[in-house]
Design a protein around this ligand. Structure first.
Ligand code: PAF
Length: 301
């Protein structure tokens, strides 16, 4: 399969490296990372040990192949501009996979790409940039993919197989929108708290006060999901959130990584989106409301 990874951050590079073993892959990323990959290959260490010679470019230009799968894995605040630039390499049969955090990515992609071409996914892998050209895989997670309308189509099964063959453990869901919400609820608890307190994910369960805040944020975010029509049980969501915290206990969350790099965070697409949807349905979300500006005091706006 001809695959372009739009957003060679830590997880995008990890997936691109794994997929490149059996597919034609081109990574689109930042110039320093791209230059290092083109010079020395892409190195993954930690949970995965790999050095691959994969093609990388720093801007969307004409591709040497017709793109079958475009994996959009940029930060949520960059989705609109990234997909606008990628428009030139998307043809009628290109499948566009949003594999991102947050609740507003599909809407942004739909401005440019027909909904029938869009699929979505979530992943709980953890990784970070060690230096340009080198990624550390810190947590082996699971990946869920699905058609937006829940259909078990041939193309979604095929893409699921390609991921599994690349050793990216993947299942296909008949309700990917629910999976995106589940991930957003989990992220709403872990990401801003780790970003604010500057701690690894695991610390949230080592401190009873932080654990209680996790539970309370989870309750608010789950109420918003339910009001929106995504039926989630609070107890399930707390259990799932704590499970992800335990499985990724050594990780620095993506939001903390952004804060440490002095970059913008995805707070608006996660807790900010929950606050806005909560308001529409008159659900009180005071913790989510305070977490948004608190994280912004640390990061680029
Ligand atoms: O955004 C993140 O960092 C990840 O989604 C997760 C699962 C919280 C692990 O760090």
């Amino acid at each position: 399969m001809n695959i372009v990874v739009l957003g060679a951050g830590a997880i995008g590079s990890l997936f691109g490296a794994l997929l490149s073993k059996k597919n034609n892959v081109i990574l689109i990323g930042r110039t320093s990372h791209v230059n290092a990959i083109n010079k020395n290959g892409l190195s993954i260490d930690g949970k995965t040990q790999l050095n691959v010679n994969v093609s990388a470019v720093d801007s969307v230009n004409s591709m040497p192949f017709s793109v079958d799968l475009l994996i959009v894995i940029v930060k949520s605040y960059d989705t609109k501009s990234a997909i606008d630039q990628a428009k030139q390499i998307i043809h009628d049969r290109t499948v566009v996979l949003s594999l991102q955090n947050g609740l507003d990515n599909i809407k942004a992609i739909e401005h440019v790409v027909e909904r029938r071409q869009i699929i979505a996914g979530v992943t709980t892998h953890g990784a970070f940039f060690s230096k340009p050209g080198c990624i550390k895989h810190t947590g082996v997670g699971k990946t869920v993919l699905g058609e937006l309308d829940g259909e078990s189509s041939e193309r979604i099964k095929n893409i699921g197989n390609i991921f599994n063959l690349a050793e990216i453990e993947t299942v296909v869901s008949k309700n990917i929108i629910k999976e995106i919400w589940i991930k957003a609820v989990i992220n709403s608890c872990i990401n801003p708290l780790t970003a604010f307190f500057g701690c690894r994910n695991g610390h949230l369960l080592e401190n009873p006060i932080l654990e209680k805040i996790v539970e309370n944020v989870c309750e608010e975010s789950t109420s918003v999901a339910n009001a929106y029509g995504i039926k989630l049980s609070y107890q399930d969501m707390v259990n799932k959130t704590k499970e992800v915290i335990r499985e990724t206990s050594e990780n620095y969350s993506s939001m903390l990584q952004s804060v440490r790099k002095g970059k913008k965070t995805e707070i608006d697409s996660i807790n900010g989106a929950l606050v806005n949807i909560g308001r529409t349905y008159s659900i009180d979300v005071p913790l989510n409301e305070i977490l948004v500006p608190l994280v912004k005091t640390f990061s680029e706006q």
